[in-house]
Design a protein. Structure first.
Length: 196
């Protein structure tokens, strides 16, 4: 199970399938995403809830002394999921990628690669790819680099932080999803990399 944060001032909460779909279907967030794509006003994006696919969090105190599952790197518990951010994807590239992901043989390829989710980011010019970490590939950033090679894309280096947020998308921006996303856990990966 992974987590989400409603906004920067709230603690994180666990996400199940029902919560995930409630977020990506919410009219309020869909409207914010559409407006952000029109205006490029970063304040609209910052108001969106965000998923934290790579981790859940232990209960800690906030700066104000409130107990909660705050998004702190020191309190992370890895899930075994990796999120890869592919930025600056042009409309034509996005259309081609969308067609690839819609192809009849893609679900089998995705299963083989451990890909559980692909979606268009709120900007409309990026992709998030969530996949199962492989121990033999190393830590989070090493996994991203290996998957980027396999898929022939360039990875955004800023996603090496396990507590990094991924702003939600609209349901219509989901290009591929496997229900295993909501139950997947890799304790062996977490045990090896939780502290580093």
């Amino acid at each position: 199970m992974f987590s989400y944060q409603k906004n920067f001032v709230n603690p994180t909460l666990p996400v199940d399938e029902q919560q995930f779909y409630a977020l990506v279907r919410a009219a309020q967030w869909n409207k914010n995403i559409d407006k952000y794509r029109e205006t490029h006003d970063a304040a609209l994006k910052r108001k969106l809830p965000a998923f934290i696919f790579q981790a859940t969090f232990d209960e800690t105190e906030s700066k104000a002394g409130k107990l909660g599952t705050w998004r702190k790197q020191s309190a992370t518990r890895l899930t075994g999921l990796v999120v890869m951010d592919v930025d600056h994807v042009e409309s034509d590239e996005l259309r081609v990628k969308s067609e690839e992901f819609a192809a009849a043989d893609f679900p089998q390829k995705a299963k083989e690669l451990g890909i559980l989710l692909i979606y268009i980011t709120p900007s409309g010019h990026g992709l998030k790819i969530v996949f199962k970490a492989r121990l033999e590939w190393g830590n989070l950033i090493d996994n991203q680099h290996q998957m980027a090679k396999v898929l022939g894309v360039e990875v955004d280096e800023s996603c090496k932080d396990a507590s990094r947020m991924s702003f939600i998308c609209k349901e219509s921006d989901i290009l591929y999803i496997d229900k295993e996303l909501f139950t997947y856990e890799n304790k062996e990966f977490a045990e090896r990399y939780d502290d580093g």
